[in-house]
Write a protein that binds this ligand. Structure first.
Ligand SMILES: [Ca+2]
Ligand SMILES: [Ca+2]
Length: 293
C-alpha cells in the first residue's frame, strides 16, 4: 500500500482572523479583501483560585529544559507558577515565577520564561498557587495555560474547556472545580456576492495532488479552483463546485490533482455562484490546504 503523507496547512490566514488581511485578494481589483466580522454568544470555562489555594497538572520536564509559560489572568491575587514535585508533602521547587493580574475584570496575558537545572525529581508538575492575602475572599482567575518548551513539555486542557480533566486541587488531591462565564466571541470570514471572487497565491507544482478544506455558508454556492491569478477568466487547471443553501457554516472537502502547470502564476480561487439577487452571498471560513507527498 502506498503511504500518503500530507504536509501541514499551506494556506495563510485561512480563518480570516488576521483582520489586517494581506493574503486574500479580490480577483477583480487585485486588492486585499475586506474581512467580515460577526459576534456570537459562547461560554468560557476557567479556574478560579482563592488565596493560598493551588492547582497543578502532572507533566514531564526534561533536565535543562527551558521555554515559556503563558496564561490569561484576572482578579486580585498574583499567582505563583512553579515547576515542582507533584507527590511529596514538602515538594522541591525547581523553578518559580509570578504572574500578576491588573486588579480588574479584564483578562491579561502573562508570559513567564522558565529554565530548569539538571537535577529534577521523577514526578513533576506545573503548579499554580494564589498568593496569600489578608482578604480571605480574594480570588484570581486563570485560563489558557500553555507551555512552549525546548524539550516538548505540554499542558493538557490548559483552557479548562474540558472542565477538571488533567487538573488536581493541591489541597484535596481531587479534581478541581471550574467556573463558566458567558462571552461574546468574534469570528471573521470572507463574504462574497454573486460573481465576486477572491484568491490567494500559492506556488503549485506540476502533478501535485492534495486536499482543500473549508467552511461555507449562505444561499450561494462557490466554485473552488486552482487557476492562473493573472488570467482568472481562463480555464482553471482544476475546479469543483460546492453547493450553497447552507444556513450555518458547513464543512467541505475537495481533492485536487494537477497536470502540467510549470511557469504559471497560480492561486487558490473562490468564486460565488451567479444569482439574480446581488445581495445574496456565500461566506467562506477556515480554509486549509494540504499537499500529498
Ligand atoms: Ca474565522
Ligand atoms: Ca477557557
Amino acid at each position: 500500500m502506498k503511504k500518503v503523507k500530507a504536509t501541514n496547512n499551506l494556506i495563510q490566514n485561512g480563518d480570516f482572523e488576521e483582520t489586517k488581511n494581506t493574503q486574500w485578494m479580490y480577483s477583480l481589483t487585485g486588492n486585499p479583501i475586506e474581512v467580515s466580522e460577526e459576534e456570537h454568544e459562547g461560554k468560557n470555562s476557567y479556574a478560579e483560585i482563592k488565596t493560598t489555594q493551588s492547582i497543578f497538572q502532572r507533566t514531564f520536564f526534561h533536565p535543562n529544559d527551558s521555554g515559556t509559560i503563558t496564561l490569561s489572568i484576572r482578579g486580585m491575587l498574583p499567582v505563583i507558577v512553579s515547576v515542582m514535585d507533584a507527590s511529596l508533602a514538602e515538594p522541591t521547587v525547581y523553578w518559580s515565577g509570578e504572574a500578576t493580574p491588573d486588579n480588574s475584570n479584564e483578562w491579561k496575558v502573562e508570559t513567564l520564561a522558565f529554565a530548569l537545572g539538571d537535577n529534577l525529581g521523577s514526578d513533576l508538575c506545573l503548579h499554580f498557587q494564589a498568593k496569600w492575602d489578608q482578604n480571605a475572599d480574594a480570588t484570581v482567575d486563570i485560563d489558557n495555560i500553555k507551555i512552549e518548551s525546548e524539550a516538548g513539555a505540554v499542558i493538557n486542557n490548559g483552557d479548562f474547556e474540558n472542565g477538571a480533566a488533567s487538573w488536581t486541587d493541591s489541597l484535596t488531591g481531587s479534581a478541581i472545580q471550574t467556573s463558566d462565564e458567558d462571552v461574546v466571541e468574534k469570528n471573521h470570514f470572507a463574504r462574497i456576492h454573486p460573481t465576486e471572487s477572491i484568491f490567494q497565491r500559492h506556488a503549485f507544482k506540476s502533478n501535485q495532488s492534495g486536499t482543500i478544506k473549508g467552511k461555507l455558508r449562505g444561499v450561494l454556492g462557490a466554485t473552488v479552483a486552482i487557476l492562473d491569478a493573472s488570467t482568472p477568466d481562463a480555464k482553471p487547471y482544476w475546479s469543483t463546485n460546492i453547493a450553497g443553501s447552507r444556513t450555518d457554516f458547513t464543512e467541505f472537502t475537495a481533492d485536487f490533482n494537477l497536470g502540467d502547470v510549470d511557469g504559471q502564476d497560480l492561486c487558490l480561487h473562490f468564486q460565488a455562484d451567479y444569482h439574480q439577487n446581488p445581495d445574496e452571498y456565500v461566506d467562506i471560513d477556515d480554509v486549509s490546504m494540504t499537499i500529498n507527498q
